[in-house]
Design a protein around this ligand. Structure first.
Ligand SMILES: [Zn+2]
Length: 218
């Protein structure tokens, strides 16, 4: 089963992706991890094309698609893939459909995490980050040091209202066409509204799973 997870920055997509992949017995695929793996192998056929990212340049849709194609053919993705953070554009979505069709597969489910502005603001404005291991906390926990490694907690300088609104608008303008694309496709499309900031990741996952069941997707 192949799943695409859509959600704005701060929606907890990474965490939700991991929980949902577990539940559906698929594996999350992160393009960032694939890029890092390739950079460890100078003999890799995509090495020089991926290297431009390290040099701070934007990588083309074509390279991303090739990296994904290379990635999903690995044995660990045999039972399916949960895509999080990819595709980001219609061109990438079309390419992904082609890559999957080549192996007799398709996108089965699209889960759209629709997080209200209030919840995003609460999460992002209160976000504290371990300066060493990058573990994420919230200021309401009242901690000054990381419980995992003991380093001090810091805030990201760009976690302010203005940049959140900017990041959201950028996300919406890029992703809305993608939502339409998938709504018109044969994949089951479910939207999960997250409007309560006190929900734990497990509770949100529960909501996602219940909605998939209600829609007879699983
Ligand atoms: Zn830490």
């Amino acid at each position: 089963m192949n799943v695409v997870l859509l959600g704005p920055p701060g929606s907890g997509k990474g965490t939700q992706g991991a929980l949902l992949a577990d539940r559906l017995q698929t594996r999350p695929l992160s393009t960032g991890d694939l890029f890092r793996e390739i950079l460890k192998e100078p003999d890799h056929p995509l090495y020089s094309q991926v290297l431009v990212i390290k040099q701070g340049m934007l990588v083309s849709d074509d390279v991303v698609n090739q990296v994904v194609e290379h990635g999903i053919n690995k044995p660990e993705y045999e039972n399916g893939v949960l895509f999080d953070g990819y595709p980001r554009t219609i061109a990438q979505a079309e390419a992904l459909d082609g890559i999957l069709a080549d192996v007799g597969s398709k996108i089965d489910i699209v889960v759209d995490l629709d997080v209200t502005k209030e919840v995003l603001f609460y999460r992002i404005l209160g976000r504290m980050l371990c300066s060493n291991c990058k573990k994420i906390y919230h200021e309401e926990q009242g901690l000054s040091h990381c419980t995992a490694c003991g380093a001090s907690l810091i805030r990201r300088s760009d976690d302010n209202e203005e940049t959140i609104v900017q990041r959201l608008e950028e996300y919406r303008s890029k992703t809305e066409p993608l939502e339409d694309y998938y709504k018109k496709s044969k994949a089951a499309f479910v939207t999960v509204t997250i409007d309560d900031y006190s929900l734990s990741p497990q509770e949100v996952n529960q909501q996602v799973v219940e909605l998939l069941k209600e829609n007879k997707v699983i």
